[in-house]
Every structure is written in C-alpha cells, then in structure tokens.
Design a protein around this ligand. Structure first.
Ligand code: MSK
Length: 648
C-alpha cells in the first residue's frame, strides 16, 4: 500500500490497486512502472513520417553544440511543429467526428424518424438556428430543426467560406482571426490540410504549420465540439444543477451494475431510460438482483451525470479498477479514452465488455448493433445482457466504501440564470464581483488523468490553490471528476476551501467554488461563458482582456492539445503540466510560450509543480486586472472586517 500511495491520492483507487495485485491483475499503474516514456519522442524530437527514419533529433548534451536534423534536413523546429499540429488534427477529428454522429441523430430526430429522440429544448434550438443564420420567423419547430441539422452537416465538408460557429465570439476576437488568416473553412478540410502539410517534404516552416494547426483547433472548439454540445442540449436538455455521487463506492453489490464509458451520450441516454423500465427491473429481480444500477465513467459518465444525476464511478485511470471490484456485470463503451486492457481485465472477472460503436471496435468485446430507429429496445437488449451476466459473478466482490456528494450541471445558461435570476438572467453579478475584487479571476481547469504523475493530485493541488486565492474555477472532464471525489463540487466547499471574497459570492448565490460544466466536448461551454462575460461589459472587449487563465495539469490525450490550442487562439493563457510535447525544439517552444501571444493574445506554458502553476495563473490574472484598472478595487476588498476594526 505504501508504494501505491504515490500512485493516487484517491483512497478508492488505492484500495482497488491492492485488490488487483492480490487477484493477479495487471493495470496501467503496473505497466507504467515497467515501461518508461521515450525521452526523445516525449518532447517531439522524433520524426516517423517516412520510412527513412524514425529520425531522432534530441537536444545536444553539450551547450552550444549543434542539434541534429532529420535525414531530409527537417529541423528540430519543423519536426516538433509537425508532431504538434498532427496532435491537434487528431484531437479535432475525435471531437468533430463525435459531433458528426450527433448531427446525424439530430437530423433524424428532427424529421421524426427515430422516436426515442426528440427536440426537448425549443428555446435553445431557436437561438442556435439564429446563430447559424436561419430565418426562424413563422416557421414550425420541426422545419427549423431540419434546416439547422442540414446546415450543421454542411459545416464538416464546406470547402470555402467560414465556419459559422465562430460568429459567436466577441467582435474583437473575430477581427484577430481575420487578420491572422486562421478562420477555418470546413472542419474536415482543415484536418486534412494538416495531414497534407505535415507529410514528408511539404510545409517546412513552424510558423505556417501552426497557422494550419490553429485553423483545425478553432474548427474543433468553436464548431465541432460546440455543435455537439448544443445539439445534445437541444435533444437531451440543457444541464442544470443536479445532486449526485461519485467514486467507486457508487457501485452496488446487490444490483446489476452497468458502467457506461467513453464520450458519446447518444446510446447511454437510452440505457439510463431502459434501466428504469419496470419490465427490466422485474427481469433483474428474477435473476436475484435488487435492480439495475447504471454508473458513468470518463466523459460519457459526465454527460449523463449532468443531465440525469446518474452517479459517476470515476475518471480515466479508474476504468480498469471499476472491473476489479468484481461487481461490474457489463461495461458498455463507445469511443475515446477506452483502454484496450479492459479486455484482459474483464476476462479476470465475469464482466461483459460491450462496444456499441462500430468506430470503437474492440476485437474481444461483444458488439451490439444499436438501431436508432428502435433505440429503447436496443438499449433494453444491452441492459438484459448485463442482467443475464449477474449470476455469473465469480470472484470476491469488494466495493470500496468511498464516495462523495457533488453538484454538477453548470451550463453557461445555468450560470446566467443562477447569477441573475429567471427574469433578469445575466452575467452582470459575476462581472461586478470580478470588478469589485471579491472574485479575483476565472480559471478553466480541464483535462485528463496521466499515469506519469500521481492520479488526481495535480488537479486538486492546483484548484485548491486557485480557489483559496479567490479565483473561481470552471472544470470539465476527468478534472471535474477529481474535484468531485475530493468534495470540491459542493456549495459547502466554498466555506472550507475558498478565499473570503469567493466564499462570500458562492454562499450568497448557493454555488460551489468549482463549477462542473461537463465532458471534454463541453469546453466549448467555457468559451461561451467567457464570451458572455466580455459581452456583459466592464472587463475589456475581448477574451484576452479578461482576468482569466486555463490549465490541464494531468493531460494525456491529443484532444487536450487541440483544446489547448483553441484556448490559446481564443486569447487565453494556457498552462499544461506533466509533460509538454515540443520541448525538444527551443525555437518552436519559445514561439508557443512567447511569440504566439503577439498574434493571438494568448499563449502556452508548461509548469510541473501545481502550486507554481497556480502562482503563474494568478500572476497573469493580476496583470490583466491591472491592465483593466481594477487592481485597486481588489486591494480595497482585501481590507477585511478584522483589519477595519484594527484601524478603528
Ligand atoms: S475522458 S480526453 S481522459 S478528460 Fe473525456 Fe478524461 Fe481526457 Fe479522456
């Protein structure tokens, strides 16, 4: 156990690691001990884009010595930039292909072809249609929805013109994108062009490579990801605050346990409905169970947590460990962040591994053809397969008695409403509290777990430091889950962890100091929230003027790099931890950490220590406060009652 302590700060994770070892099961934590990352590839200095290599161009050990180039002459800057923008393209493709599936289902739902899915939020539908330039006057909801679905579909393959989603940004930001020539044309086109330019012997200048990478990233953040968030909200409802529980302790011994894992809520939404059907509950009882418990994992879990309060069993590094409990009767996976090792781990227990996405093919998993036209019955078949597996439990069941309460579901619409009230929904109270200094600034802390650092530790140290210093935190993905497990997603956390100014605002409004905004695609909600703050007024006229910063302290996926780049290109100072994939080129890294700011007002940074990371983010926030002329107000607020009494 003592050796495991550094592997995670989460008690449930440590308990299950101990059980895995006793059961002879290998997990990602064991494999990380056995295999160290390649130090050359980790910093972007390995080019494997042709068969003459891989060429490795590490930093010279002796200062002043010349750095090698690839066989074709590609410099370390070109190699690092090509690797970096390919990561952006992969991340953007992942988010946007998810979005394509959502658009297809939305369009079928709008046409009334798939009865399980409907248009639930007409208000949001009309708003989005208007953003996409659709004249809604006098039209039926159904017709507006069809027109919107068709318009969204075109965004993927558009060859010329401009992606429409970016129109939502502040005017000044749009001018910057125009000036820098980075407004994307079509989602697919920008991703394909990255792949072409990074092919052997094409674009040889990191400055033009990153321009193309920026187009692909913006196509993700302001279009692909944003479309899926918005259309999912229209079909499944805009999230609003909901109480639930998190951690492996939400798995129930006497119930049939289904874990839904991945990123797309299209099928898991139906599994939730199916699991509550009286006929299904009776069927579960006929097999000796008390009922059916659906729990989430990673971002599919975040999606159904936000909209239905379905408990979250854990984040990325806990997916294998949920099976180690011996109580998971089926793990249903869709796409992204699903470990291949789930096949071998589930074989050690009785767990049925089910894949519902043809794109996420897993050789040894059971494949369920999901028929959208008969969605509920398809979902019932999946649930029944889990129920049939309940009597097959073979190993000792051990569920850690570790779980925490949380409040999730802070869409940007909800924040608007909570702050301003139903009849005067507005960001004004937030802006006022930033101006008067009760809230020092805003931080978006997002992203994955990474087994190369202590699980959840970086997220928690960073976020606790930020809220202690009156910085309100918006969070998504596995970072949000880490916060939930540590009790940071409850209104009570404000009193315990937040600085006096932030705590006062949270207590008045009744919100936690850390707001769970959703899955990784929902980082688009943070962009819209930042835009709403700009449009409210008093804090400059662009996102880059805001006292705000972003971070992904435990990132690991290519999607995180795409997210980071669209935040930087939207004007945000963005800090990553654990590792940074361009450090092998001083020239390209200097550009990302400094030069890029002149173009976009945002920049990258890399800091390993989370407290130091918080310090740098707060320094940036204070710099922005000074530029806005609101640093004086903050000093006044910090003069608390005790000091006033002393003065008297
Ligand atoms: S699941 S991309 S590990 S946040 Fe969205 Fe978590 Fe990162 Fe996957």
């Amino acid at each position: 156990m003592s050796e495991d302590k550094v592997k995670s700060v989460d008690k449930a994770t440590l308990l299950m690691l101990e059980k895995a070892r006793k059961d002879g099961v290998s997990t990602i934590f064991d494999r990380a001990d056995d295999m160290k990352p390649c130090p050359i590839g980790a910093v972007g200095s390995c080019c494997k884009h042709c068969s003459m290599g891989p060429c490795r161009v590490p930093m010279p050990k002796k200062e002043g010595a010349e750095q090698k180039v690839g066989l074709c002459g590609a410099t370390p800057a070109t190699i690092a930039a090509r690797n970096f923008v390919r990561m952006i393209a992969a991340g953007s493709a992942a988010h946007s292909d998810h979005s394509r599936d959502v658009v297809e289902v939305f369009l079928s739902a709008a046409k009334g072809e798939i009865p399980g899915y409907q248009i639930k939020d007409e208000h949001k539908l009309i708003g989005m249609a208007m953003d996409y330039g659709i004249d809604v006057e006098g039209k039926e909801i159904k017709d507006i929805a069809i027109e919107l679905g068709e318009k969204c579909q075109l965004e993927f393959g558009k060859q010329e013109g401009k992606l429409l989603g970016l129109n939502k940004a502040p005017d000044k930001r749009k001018e910057i994108w125009e000036k820098e020539g980075v407004w994307p044309r079509g989602i697919d086109r920008e991703v394909v062009e990255v792949m072409h330019r990074t092919h052997m012997g094409v674009d040889q200048d990191y400055k033009t490579l990153i321009i193309q990478g920026t187009k692909a990233a913006l196509a993700d953040g302001w279009s692909g990801s944003m479309m899926s968030t918005d259309l999912q909200d229209i079909m499944f409802d805009v999230p609003s605050p909901v109480y639930s529980e998190i951690n492996l302790g939400v798995i129930k011994k006497e119930m049939v346990n289904i874990i839904v894992n991945g990123h797309e809520p299209l099928i898991s939404e139906m599994i939730v409905v199916a699991s509550q059907d009286p006929e299904i509950v009776e069927y579960a009882k006929s097999k000796g169970a008390e009922g059916v418990q659906v729990s989430g994992m990673c971002c599919t879990g975040n999606e159904i947590l936000l909209r239905h309060g379905v408990p979250l069993a854990g984040n990325f590094l806990q997916q294998e460990l949920s099976i180690v409990t011996g109580a998971v009767d089926a793990m249903v996976v869709d796409v992204q962040c699903i470990m291949q090792s789930l096949q071998s781990v589930s074989k050690c227990y009785h767990t049925k591994l089910i894949t519902v996405s043809p794109k996420g093919n897993i050789p040894e998993a059971e494949k369920f053809e999901f028929d959208e036209h008969d969605a509920l019955n398809s979902a019932k078949n999946i649930v029944k397969a889990a129920i049939d597996n309940f009597p097959n439990r073979k190993s000792e069941v051990l569920i850690p008695e570790v779980k925490s309460g949380l409040v999730a579901g802070f869409s940007h619409e909800t924040i608007d409403y909570l702050l301003g009230g139903m009849f005067r929904a507005s960001y004004k109270p937030l802006n006022d509290n930033i101006i008067n200094g009760r809230i020092r600034g805003i931080a978006g802390v997002v992203g994955c777990n990474n087994v190369r650092t202590t699980h959840d530790d970086q997220h928690l140290k960073l976020i606790k430091e930020l809220i202690k210093n009156d910085v309100i935190v918006l969070t998504t993905g596995c970072s949000a889950a880490a916060c939930g497990k540590a009790g940071l997603l409850t209104p009570e956390a404000a009193k315990e962890f937040a600085g006096p100014g932030l705590a006062e605002v949270c207590e008045t409004v009744g919100i936690p100091p850390v707001l769970h905004m959703g899955a990784c695609v929902d980082n688009s909600r943070i962009l819209i929230a930042a835009t709403a703050v700009v449009k409210e007024g008093g804090l400059g006229d662009d996102i880059s003027d805001l006292p705000a910063a972003g971070a992904a302290p435990e990132w690991m996926s290519e999607k995180a790099i795409a997210i980071g780049q669209y935040f930087v290109a939207s004007g945000v100072y963005t800090v990553f931890g654990t590792a940074f994939p361009t450090l092998g080129s001083k020239e390209f890294t200097d550009y990302l950490f400094n030069g890029i700011e002149e173009q976009f007002g945002g920049k990258w940074d890399f800091v390993e220590d989370p407290v130091e990371m918080a310090k740098k983010m707060i320094e940036h926030i204070d710099k922005k406060r000074k530029e806005l002329g609101i640093d004086k107000a903050r000093e006044r607020v910090l003069f608390d009652m005790e000091k006033r009494r002393e003065l008297a």
